[in-house]
Design a protein around this ligand. Structure first.
Ligand SMILES: [Zn+2]
Length: 42
């Protein structure tokens, strides 16, 4: 993929641009796990 900032070509799995350090991918968002224990009751 190409860096939108400087145009440097980077690998798809590159987190940051190898040329300018621009963040190509947003950091992983925190996952909120909801546990519904009440639904287990039968
Ligand atoms: Zn760049």
């Amino acid at each position: 993929m190409f860096c939108p900032k400087c145009g440097q070509q980077n690998l798809e799995n590159n987190f940051r641009c190898t040329r300018c350090g621009f963040v190509l991918h947003d950091p992983a968002q925190p996952q909120y796990v909801v546990t519904d224990d009440n639904t287990l009751a039968g």
